[in-house]
Design a protein around this ligand. Structure first.
Ligand code: GDP
Length: 409
């Protein structure tokens, strides 16, 4: 058992959701992320029912992602806590609860179908919860795949401002890479292993890439004062300013950076992870959480020095014991701590703190504001229950008795 006593700096955490219409490729994207970050070593295939986030048997049987699972992985010095949100409309409550605990999300679209009805519903929910987003146009290898049409549907059907940061190289079966329009470099996947080779932009694509970069600069300049200044002075925006601007407008929810790839062919996932780290907010970038105490509203910032407040968003009855998945909003949770379950008004002991990594768990001695972990010990918490310091209670959400405890065989 590995104990990790040092909580990460808030800025290096990304609480990330993958949002999509059923069949757009959310499970495949999730699985590839876990594969590339080393969280799992064998690639699962959706049709075999072996992908790691779909570990519930009912889910495997139905072949769709029903129950959200939280999985931690590492990328470029950052911890990504991945919350798998259901894409099926029947599970809208679960989508809503998952969105509450996220700071940012990747919306996955099918490059042939573009925006589909359920993507619209989930998108509106994400708007309501102020979740910053990137868009990943998946299945670029499919016959009929077209990035520009998918981007138009993001603009028209979702009313979003897309900022297209990549240009595909080749189409359909011959989709082999992308031009990164921010760095003006070609990223090419020679095989299906997920690792790209970086090259200069090929001469034949240069004019189109420059035209698309100019369109990106122009769109960013409309949203960001410094980018506008540079654009007006030089007719272009520098890479450094462009990166800062893309991050700031994404965090503010003013625009959506669009990337593309083929999760199935393992193309586009590494740049997607880079964009998650570069552009999506950390827990330090989002507004303080609001709760109530005796009818009075209070705020708690993501401050490790503040009293503990955490929201239980998922409970699994696992063979190892009842696992309660928590988003910690403020304070530090230490193994052995006594916490107040505001749902039942009782204190309980946190016996173990687990970081869930795909199909295995790593025990940790402490977790802090901004983090997502599972705990063993609390017996009565349900999804929606607040766990907090007994000396400084706060209720984040009125608990509902309808929320299920999910059994995992
Ligand atoms: P989810 O319902 O959104 O979780 O979607 P899945 O990840 O289960 O994918 C739905 C189907 O699309 C599966 O048969 C996948 O193998 C397939 N798929 C996923 N990504 C791609 C892709 O990049 N290209 C193609 N052609 N098929 C894909």
């Amino acid at each position: 058992m590995r104990i990790d006593p040092t909580p990460r700096a808030l800025q290096t955490v990304r609480n990330l959701g993958i949002l999509a219409h059923v069949d757009a490729g959310k499970t495949t994207v999730t699985e590839r992320i876990l594969f590339l970050t080393g969280a799992v070593h064998k690639r699962g295939e959706v049709h075999e029912g072996t992908t790691v986030t779909d570990f519930d048997s009912q889910e495997r049987d139905r072949g769709i992602t029903i129950f959200a699972a939280a999985v931690s992985c590492d990328w470029d010095g950052h911890r990504i806590n991945l919350i798998d949100t259901p894409g099926h409309v029947d599970f809208a409550d679960e989508v809503t609860r998952s969105l509450r605990v996220l700071d940012g999300a990747v919306a996955v679209f099918d490059a042939v179908a573009g925006v589909e009805p359920q993507s619209e519903a989930v998108w509106r929910e994400a708007d309501r919860h102020g979740v910053a987003r990137l868009a990943f146009v998946n299945k670029m290898d499919r016959a009929g795949a077209d990035l520009d049409t998918a981007v138009a549907s993001i603009r028209e059907r979702l009313g979003a401002t897309p900022l297209v940061a990549q240009m595909p190289i080749g189409s359909e079966e011959r989709f082999t890479g992308v031009v990164d329009l921010v760095r003006m470099r070609a990223l090419v996947w020679p095989g299906d292993t997920g690792t790209y080779e970086e090259r200069p932009v090929p001469d034949a694509l240069r004019d189109e890439a420059l035209r698309r970069r100019r369109a990106l600069d122009e769109a960013v300049a409309e949203l960001h004062p410094r980018a506008l200044e540079e654009y007006c002075a030089d007719g272009t925006v520098s890479e450094v300013t462009l990166r800062t601007a893309l991050r700031e407008v994404t965090v503010a929810g003013e625009a959506v950076v669009v990337l593309c790839g083929s999760a199935y062919r393992n193309r586009g996932i590494e740049p997607l992870l880079d964009a998650v780290v570069a552009y999506l907010p950390s827990p330090a970038d989002v507004p303080p959480v609001r709760g109530t105490l005796d009818g009075t509203e209070q705020e708690r910032a993501a401050d490790p020095a503040a009293p503990l407040v955490a929201l239980a968003f998922k409970v699994h009855a696992a063979p190892t014991g009842r696992m309660t998945f928590l988003r910690i909003y403020s304070g530090v949770l230490v193994k052995g701590d006594t916490v107040l379950d505001t749902g039942v008004g009782r204190t309980e002991r946190v016996g173990r703190i687990l970081r869930v990594q795909a199909d295995r768990h790593t025990e940790t001695s402490a977790a802090m504001a901004g983090d997502i972990v599972a705990v063993i010990g609390p017996k009565s918490a349900r999804a929606g229950t607040t766990l907090c310091a007994p000396s400084a209670p706060l209720v984040l959400e009125a608990p509902s008795t309808a929320d299920p405890v999910v059994s995992v065989a």
